[in-house]
Design a protein around this ligand. Structure first.
Ligand code: FAD
Length: 384
């Protein structure tokens, strides 16, 4: 990148990665440079709080903000569907209109692939979307007896902790409603252990948390189809009255159909700089498929999208100033695991550690729950 003068930075995607990138660029670049953020969805919803929508302690509206609020800070917001990305010319096509960038940040996330499992959308309920979580909340208020099955519908999904948090929060909700003795709660996961990338000790701790709440857990149960009252797995069928699922994911279509994609449809950027094979094109967040030393991908989590966004924004600022990039993404991350009754566990560590991630899990305590509440408030106030 040798061109001098005002630059245009296009941030494709207005989720966690895109919003953090655009904010940081805007704060650190002079007003002669344009920061343009593109998303098809005019609203941002803070996904980590959807679990509280499921339990009725939040509404979807309370955790949602219009992206147009970024305009007050001098970020141009373009609402529209990105239908093509040409990384050679750094051009994105937004509903027929071409937008050319000097620096392009691809933060298009991961798209739901719920239709991979027949019957999942029709007969199941998800907490993972702003539409699904309130519907599930109604079901959880209504249920009086029977069985709730929490499923991960594929081994690869967003936020490895979320389905386990969902099961623990559902248990706590039923206890509050004095219905727990009449409603069984079970977890069936497609993966071989909870949060397997975090290591055997973390998996064992999560299994213990479930067992301590009388939640039957069976790993390596890949769902193949849902019918009314029945769940089919690769190894047999089970009754399933209320099925709660974490959807499978796929690379976003605009990425998968572009030259940026690897054979699996995802972008495989440099794991430290987040640079792609194309000059001044970066990929961050859920769209970036980073395979760790243990052979498993870095989990899809907002904490990583956030950290990678800061790295890329700082790199672009340095490139424009003609300075070397100040640093890279170091693989550190942390997450809360809400366990109900006003408590959460807290896991943190280095996912890039060699030969395997080194993650410590702190047991459920009130302070971690309040830590998540404070984080939510900070995100919604500071980012938008
Ligand atoms: C229920 C739930 C709970 C979670 N809890 C946590 C948590 O506690 N901690 C944590 O770290 N992570 C959590 N996550 C994961 C976290 O939300 C994601 O990892 C994070 O949002 C990824 O950020 P991103 O910017 O890569 O993608 P996203 O935030 O998904 O943003 C991608 C954006 O791209 C847009 N887009 C996609 N394709 C197009 C297109 N063709 N044209 C225009 N726009 C497009 C989308 O509309 C979207 O706004 C949770 C996720 C869920 C579902």
């Amino acid at each position: 990148m040798t061109r001098a003068g005002p630059r245009t930075i296009v941030v494709a995607g207005g989720g966690i990665g895109g919003i953090v990138t655009a904010n940081r660029l805007r704060r650190r670049l002079g007003r002669e440079h344009r920061v343009v953020l593109v998303d098809r969805n005019p609203h941002f919803t803070f996904a980590a709080s959807l679990l509280w929508v499921m339990t009725g302690t939040r509404t979807a509206a309370r955790i949602t903000r219009p992206l147009s609020r970024l305009e007050r800070r001098g970020i141009e917001v373009l609402i529209g569907d990105i239908t093509a990305i040409d990384p050679t010319t750094r051009t994105v096509t937004v509903e027929g209109r071409e937008l050319r960038a000097d620096h392009l940040v691809v933060a298009l996330g991961a798209q739901w692939a719920t239709d991979r499992i027949p019957g999942l959308a029709e007969h199941g309920h998800t907490f993972a979307t702003p539409e699904g979580a309130p519907r599930l909340a109604d079901e959880l208020q209504r249920i009086d007896q029977g069985r709730i099955t929490v499923l991960t519908a594929a081994p690869l999904y967003k936020c490895p902790a979320a389905p386990y948090e969902a099961a623990l929060l559902i248990d706590a909700l039923l206890r509050r409603r004095h219905r727990r003795e009449r409603v069984e709660v079970v977890v069936r996961s497609a993966e071989a252990a909870p949060m397997p990338v975090a290591g055997a000790a973390v998996s064992a701790a999560v299994v213990e948390m479930l067992a301590g709440r009388d939640i039957d857990y069976q790993p390596s149960r890949q769902v193949t189809a849902l019918a009314p009252g029945r769940i089919d797995f690769t190894d047999g069928s089970e009754a399933g009255e209320l099925v709660v699922y974490m959807p499978p994911i796929a690379a976003p279509a605009a990425v998968a159909n572009s030259p940026l994609a690897g054979n699996d449809g995802w972008i495989h950027p440099d794991p430290v700089t987040m640079a792609t094979a194309f000059d001044e094109v970066y990929a961050i967040g859920d769209t970036a498929h980073i395979v760790l030393g243990i052979g498993k991908p870095l989990p899809r989590a907002g904490v990583f999208a956030h950290a990678q966004a800061e790295v890329v924004a700082d790199t672009i600022v340095a490139r424009i100033a003609g300075r070397p990039a100040p640093g890279g993404f170091d693989g550190h991350g942390a997450c809360f695991i809400e366990s109900g009754h006003g408590r959460a566990a807290w896991g943190s560590g280095n996912f890039y550690a060699d030969p395997a991630p080194t993650i410590a899990l702190h047991p459920p305590a009130r302070r971690w729950h309040w830590g998540k509440v404070a984080f939510e408030q900070d995100v919604l106030r500071r980012w938008l």
